[in-house]
Ligand binder design. Sequence first.
Ligand code: ATP
Length: 279
Amino acid sequence: MIHVKELKKTFGVEHALKGIDFEVDKGEVFGLLGPSGSGKTTTIKLLTGEFKSSGGNIEVNGTTDKHFKKTSYVKHLGILSDKTSLYDRLTVGDNLELYRKLYNAPKNVVDEVLGKVGLLEEKGKRVSKLSKGMKQRVMLCKAVLHKPDVLFLDEPTSALDPTTTEKIHEMLEELKNDGTTIMLTTHNMDEATRLCDKVAFLYEGVIKETGSPEDLRHRYKRNEVHLTYEDGGIRTVGRDVENQGLLKEALFDTSVIDIRTDFPTLGEVFKKVTGKELV
Ligand SMILES: Nc1ncnc2c1ncn2[C@@H]1O[C@H](COP(=O)(O)OP(=O)(O)OP(=O)(O)O)[C@@H](O)[C@H]1O
């Protein structure tokens, strides 16, 4: 669904993207993870036609970037970014009704999406009276009400409270189950672990690593095994040839009540790969 090859973007002398490659399959949730300034928003803007690239190839949903301005491309996209806006003086319902008509979507869709994010009761409320978290949920409704083939979300939950974040995650999981291809950017490793089928670590305009969260956590696991004994003692040994005998013995040792390998969190893997925290 998304093919990106050797994608570059420069701003004057600054190389924001230095030639990145990635692929997103239909129905996949792909997360672009990186600290502030790594190039996440720039990538989304290139894929949605807001920026022109400085080199490389992009194809989304069968369209190459030369044709990203065409309505036929845009109408199959859903975008939630810092540019997404709502009319403050209109009600939630009227805002969404405007977009529903624009996209010629069925009438019931406004109530359907508002219900999914728990905002049906706020339909008659003016947007100016909503909290930040509520506005974000309405913006997500706006991005998805025409049932896009591809949904781009630039930091969909940053600076939101846990309840709003949970509601957004639930909606994204539903969209994923319905087969929507989703590309999101985030700083939040728990979000990425929960939602993404595949992630890419973007750092200083370069993709340093890609894989499923589980695959990465396995690939970068510590080479240690923890043996817990019935008296509460814990022994940590390296998983190497020297300890093979000891580990085999532990399997049959009745005083060993637990044998465990620690899997790093995705955040720890990011730090291992880039040497930096994901903040
Ligand atoms: N319109 C622009 N003009 C000039 N430089 C820009 C522009 N947009 C982004 N940049 C630069 O490109 C680099 C990548 O920025 P980008 O916004 O893509 O990072 P990001 O990973 O999305 O960061 P954040 O998490 O803070 O949103 C930064 O150094 C930024 O200053």
